[in-house]
Each structure stands twice: as structure tokens, then as C-alpha cells.
Ligand binder design. Structure first.
Ligand SMILES: [Zn+2]
Ligand SMILES: [Zn+2]
Ligand SMILES: [Zn+2]
Length: 358
């Protein structure tokens, strides 16, 4: 993030003796004449106006004020000798600076009501237009805090019931799965299926940044997208800035700055490259005990891919069909149609174990 200066605004300080607001550059209270105390805090004025007068700009840019180590007088940061006693300022204490005072206010602060006579005054007034009393610091509206989220007791009860139901369903499921029954069954039907994937060369579509695309690719379409953020401008970038805010300069003035960065755009493209990939599958099926691999006739540039096989055995259990599936051909070969087996069947009707019939 790069900082950008938008200029300087004059701050205010409030006299602790008579509560009068004074412009940041003033050394003594305009109402009671008391000198500005060393520990007084500068605050945001009723209106943020960019300083344009030469004297104000000089003060704003001269750095934190220095307090004379001999007579405590406030001197500008560029001064070498005290303006009041002529003392050397080398060992003098500098005002604190660099603190963020607040966000830029685009309008004037809200009106102030006089504590003494109740008259409403514009925020820029330092004295009541009716009784002349000092008006003090403007109350600024504070951003509303987010309300804490409270749990509704009704929802908590519903939640507990739902949780109980889920637990019940899970334990039922578990019981069904573990309870088994032994049955004598006969093989009524068998069937097999064997498949081979055919691999060939064909275009595949991908997308990436224009400089990441392989050389032999065919680019179909591109569009501009945000690729990243940078502190520096580049060929294809756009500046974005945050809300300006005030930074205390320790001189009665604040610098108005904003944090900016650049959104960098680039072409994001769709492209295709020719790659070896699955282009088809050939199958062979049968209902006998002689499973075969399908015959393949490959075209030029094609090759054989992954093979897969599944075998289904249908058992007759008390007049009902129960199907068992395996991918093991040796296991399949045992289940000659008409042979008898002892099956363990669980609560869901699935076969969990098969043994030869006693
Ligand atoms: Zn005063
Ligand atoms: Zn002095
Ligand atoms: Zn008043």
C-alpha cells in the first residue's frame, strides 16, 4: 500500500481552563489568554478544510513542535532558539506525532447545543451566539456496534431433539448392519462384463493466464481479469484508494492521507491442447462361465487403456433373488449354476459371507 498525501488540515485544541476550542496554530487561548499546556491533545476540527495559507502550510510541514527546556514555550519544529527566552532548543522535548486522529469527515460536524442557555449553534462556532459561553468539543456520532447474537431457547430445544433423532437413526443403522442370518442358497444365474478403455489423441480445453499457456496450444478466447495488487503502477493497472484519514503532525495540523494500491489486470484465456485421453470403451458380456476380453480394432494413434471386469452371481434364497457382485474372476468360477452355498445375509439384505453348503 502506498500512502498518498491530500494536503494538511488545521486541528483544534480545547483550553482546559475555560473549555474554549482554539485553532491548532494558536499558542494562547483566544478566550482566557492561558498558554497552551504541553500535554494538551489536538483533535479534529468541526470541519476538515485543506490549509491553503502560506503561514499555515509552513507550520504544518515544520514537524512536531518543540517545548523550550527553560520556559516551556511552544516553538515550531524548525526553530533553533526559543521565541520567548532565546534559549537553545537542542534538548527540548518534541510533541508526539504520527497518531491517526480520525477518518476524513466530508461535511460539517453536527450542531452543538450550549450547556448554559440551550441555544443550538453550528459546530464551527467556538462561542454561543446567544450567551457567549464557550461551546467545547463537538460530540461526533460513533459508529453503532453490532448487536451480539443471542441463542433463542426454542431453537436450542429443537436442535437437541434433532440431535437425539440422528443418534437413534445411527444406532438403528448399526444394528441392522451387524445382525445376520444364515441361509442355504442355490446359484440360479451368472453373468459377466469385461471392458477396455480406448485411448486416443483429442483436444482438451483449459484456462490460464496468457503467459502461462503452452506454445502449441490453440487459444480460443481471452478476457481481462484482476491478476493481483501492487504498490506500483504498471502498463495495465488501475488505482484504488481507501478513505482518507488524518495523521497528527504534532504542530497543530494533521496530514490528510489515503492508502492506495494498483489493481493489475491481465488476459485470462481459454485454450486447447491435443492430449492422449479416453475416447471410448468396448465391452463384452456373457451369461456363461467363460468370460472373455472384448476384441479390439484400434485406429492409428490409438492405444488400449484401463481394463475392468465385474461378475454377478444370483442366488435363490427361499424363492427370492439375492445378487452378489465381485471383480475376482477366480471367485466367479466357483459359482457354477445349480451349486449350493451357505450365505450370511445382514439386516439390509446384503451378503456378508459365502461358504460351501455343508
Ligand atoms: Zn481558555
Ligand atoms: Zn524559552
Ligand atoms: Zn449559550
Amino acid at each position: 500500500m502506498a500512502k498518498q498525501s491530500l494536503g494538511y488540515v488545521e486541528l483544534e485544541w480545547t483550553c482546559p481552563f475555560c473549555n474554549t476550542r482554539n485553532p491548532g496554530r494558536v499558542k494562547v487561548c483566544t478566550n482566557c489568554g492561558a498558554p497552551q499546556p504541553k500535554d494538551v491533545k489536538f483533535h479534529q476540527a468541526a470541519e476538515d478544510k485543506i490549509v491553503e495559507d502560506k503561514e499555515g502550510l509552513e507550520m504544518a510541514q515544520s514537524g512536531p513542535d518543540i517545548y523550550c527546556p527553560f520556559c516551556n514555550t511552544r516553538n515550531p519544529g524548525t526553530a533553533v532558539k526559543c521565541s520567548r527566552c532565546g534559549g537553545d532548543l537542542t534538548g527540548g522535548e518534541k510533541r508526539e506525532s504520527g497518531e491517526v486522529i480520525g477518518a476524513q469527515q466530508t461535511g460539517r460536524a453536527p450542531d452543538i447545543t450550549c450547556e448554559y442557555c440551550g441555544t443550538v449553534n453550528p459546530a464551527t462556532n467556538t462561542k454561543c451566539k446567544n450567551c457567549g459561553s464557550p461551546l467545547g468539543v463537538t460530540a461526533r456520532p460513533q459508529p453503532a456496534a453490532a448487536a451480539p447474537v443471542k441463542m433463542n431457547p426454542k431453537f436450542m430445544i429443537i436442535g437437541a431433539i434433532v440431535l437425539l433423532l440422528i443418534c437413534g437413526a445411527l444406532s438403528m443403522f448399526f444394528l441392522q448392519g451387524t445382525r445376520t442370518e444364515s441361509n442355504i442358497a442355490r446359484v440360479s444365474n451368472v453373468n459377466w462384463k469385461r471392458s477396455i478403455v480406448i485411448m486416443g489423441y483429442a483436444p482438451v480445453t483449459y484456462s490460464n493466464w496468457i503467459d502461462q499457456i503452452p506454445q502449441d496450444a490453440e487459444v480460443s478466447s481471452c478476457s481481462e481479469r484482476e491478476r493481483g495488487r501492487s504498490s506500483f503502477p504498471s502498463d495495465n493497472s488501475q488505482q484504488v484508494c481507501g478513505t482518507p484519514y488524518l495523521v497528527d503532525q504534532g504542530s497543530g495540523f494533521a496530514e490528510m492521507v489515503q492508502d492506495c494500491e494498483y489493481i493489475v489486470y491481465d488476459d485470462y484465456c481459454q485454450y486447447s491442447v491435443i492430449e492422449l485421453q479416453p475416447v471410448g470403451v468396448i465391452n463384452d458380456t456373457g451369461t456363461d462361465m467363460n468370460p472373455l476380453w472384448p476384441e479390439t480394432r484400434l485406429q492409428q494413434d490409438q492405444q488400449l487403456g484401463e481394463r475392468s471386469e465385474t461378475y454377478q452371481i444370483t442366488f435363490n434364497v427361499d424363492g427370492k433373488d439375492v445378487v452378489y457382485e465381485t471383480t475376482n474372476p477366480d471367485e466367479y468360477m466357483q459359482f457354477t449354476p445349480g451349486s449350493s452355498w451357505e450365505l450370511e445375509i445382514n439386516g439390509f439384505g446384503s451378503i456378508v459371507d459365502i461358504q460351501p453348503a455343508p
